[in-house]
Design a protein around this ligand. Structure first.
Ligand code: BYC
Length: 474
């Protein structure tokens, strides 16, 4: 097992102390990061003690420690999963060869671009969630928000380490740029669409951690297969932290639904206006938020047919999530069928090479994974005796990237006229009134164990502590 240097200015298990030049470069970037955190991270909670989990190692048994920490003192470090001796490339044209400890020159710019894209999403999400602390529905939720935020900060460190260690001056410049682009900035926005969406309410936060962090899971799993071993090891450890973020999303949405069901039962109604009057989010509105964040996250997988994706796979840069479970790891001539617009308002099948279809393969795995939580939420709705089912919309609905970009369809994926889409979009996606209502519920609750009226308490607290533990000392 690798040794962890926790005393170092930058905690790490990459023997940073043995590479003075790299250490100096990262120590130079560190104040810029802290400055960014100060300006763009969670606003106004700097001095507060938060009950946080901190990564202190990569051993599955005890990789994290829990304790009160003001967020700016969080020990952001560099942790790579342990090296697998003799690891071979598991897919593509270099299959069976030794993995790379450094980036081959011919793939340098591609790796750099992908690492930058991955790195860009991490601080972007912190920026998006910057103001949510002011309207947290409980101290438990406030702590979870901050936990997610500091770990996204650590994931930025993970990518910045790779840029500094393997991409020389270009890498250092890119690392600086990662702190210069900002979510929603008109001049220097974040790279991917979803990460520029505003987020002013906790229902969106829970949908984001359920759907968008899950894209993170699948992209990280694809990198965990990479022939570039330091990238594979970094992302494998990031996945350990990522699981909690999706837990926050799944249980968060589940608790909103639970509370709505309680009030539906109490008042014996499913009338939207009555439920809103009673201060809970009606189920059709939850469906609209789901539609929005799911479809936005679908775009993050890129186009259904992509020569970029084919190159990543052929060259061993990015595999499929859980590559080992596929029968053919080369897919030299294999084909698959995707659905594309036929140009006349219909849908047609198109056969493409599997290599070109890698984004779609990964997207379909993602959709399956998304459905697991939907099934659980629907079970709770059914148990409450309510006739309503949440559903994932079609992967053709409201797309802005890929073959369905800009093609109007209904949530079932049936192509419709633009005029019909424009007329009906308020039925399918949060409209101004929905947004104003959800926002109006966002009132801060700070007494330990108390919850805002629109959300049920969690089943249990963090790290075996009770739900009414003082998770943030305000
Ligand atoms: N918005 O050939 P295509 C996470 C661009 S989330 C704007 O289909 P490709 C996290 C694309 O960049 C995981 N632009 O793309 C979650 C390309 O531009 P260039 C983040 C987009 O390369 C929550 C062009 O369109 N990680 O970790 O096959 C909280 C042509 O597209 C979008 C990664 O994304 C979009 N949605 O695949 C915190 C992994 N989609 O190069 C963190 C790294 C595509 O022609 N990124 N474009 O200028 C990748 O692997 C690939 O870049 C993509 C796109 C899968 C995103």
């Amino acid at each position: 097992m690798s040794t962890i240097d926790l005393q170092a200015l930058i905690p790490n298990n990459v023997h940073l102390g043995e590479n003075r030049q790299l250490q100096r470069a990262l120590e130079h970037w560190q104040p810029a990061f802290l400055n960014w955190w100060d300006e763009m991270g969670p606003s106004d909670f700097k001095a507060k003690e938060v009950y946080l989990r901190t990564a202190v190692g990569v051993d599955a048994q005890g990789w994290a420690s829990y304790g009160y920490t003001p967020m700016p003192d969080y020990r952001w470090g560099i942790f790579l999963a342990d090296k697998e001796e003799g690891r071979k490339i598991g897919f593509g044209d270099h299959m069976g060869q030794d993995v790379w400890q450094d980036v081959p020159g011919e793939y340098r710019s591609t790796f750099r671009r992908l690492i930058v894209t991955q790195g860009d999403t991490e601080p972007a999400s912190v920026e998006q969630q910057r103001l949510l602390g002011h309207t947290a529905p409980s101290l438990y939720d406030l702590r979870n928000l901050f936990q997610v935020n500091v770990e996204e900060g650590r994931h930025l460190w993970a990518m910045v380490y790779l840029l500094h260690a393997h991409f020389g001056r270009d890498g250092r410049e890119e690392a600086e740029e990662l702190l210069m682009r900002h979510s929603g900035d008109a001049d220097k926005p974040r790279i991917l669409g979803t990460f520029n969406e505003p987020m002013d309410n906790w229902l969106s936060f829970f949908m984001f951690t359920y759907f968008t962090d899950r894209d993170g899971k699948f992209q990280l799993k694809s990198f965990a297969e990479s022939a570039f071993d330091p990238l594979a090891r970094t992302t494998r450890f990031m996945l350990t932290e990522e699981a909690h973020h999706m837990f926050v999303g799944e249980t968060g949405v589940g608790r909103v639904i639970k509370r709505t069901l309680e009030v539906m039962k109490e008042l014996d109604t499913d009338d939207k206006a009555t439920l809103r009057q009673a201060g809970v989010v009606d189920l059709p509105t939850i469906q609209k938020y789901l539609n929005f964040w799911f479809t936005s996250s679908l775009d993050l997988f890129g186009s259904e047919s992509s020569s970029n994706a084919a190159n990543y796979f052929s060259n061993g840069i990015k595999g499929r999530p859980d590559e080992a479970k596929f029968a053919d790891h080369v897919e030299a001539d294999s084909e698959m069928v995707i659905q594309v617009p036929d140009g006349n308002g219909g849908i047609k099948n198109e056969t493409i090479g599997v290599r070109n279809g890698m984004n779609e393969v990964t997207r379909l795995e993602y959709v399956k994974d998304c459905n697991i939580g939907i099934t659980r939420w629907n079970m709770a709705i059914k148990r409450a005796g309510v006739q309503f089912e949440l559903k994932l919309p079609s992967t053709r609905f409201r797309r802005e990237v890929g073959v369905w970009a800009g093609v109007p369809t209904d949530p079932h994926g049936h192509p419709i006229a633009q005029a019909e889409f424009d007329q009906r979009k308020d039925e399918w996606l949060p409209n101004d009134a929905d947004k104003a209502f959800v926002k109006s519920l966002m009132q801060r609750v700070t007494e330990p164990g108390k919850m805002a009226a629109w959300i049920a308490p969690p089943d249990r607290g963090i790290n075996a502590n009770p739900v009414d533990y003082e998770y943030v000392k305000l």
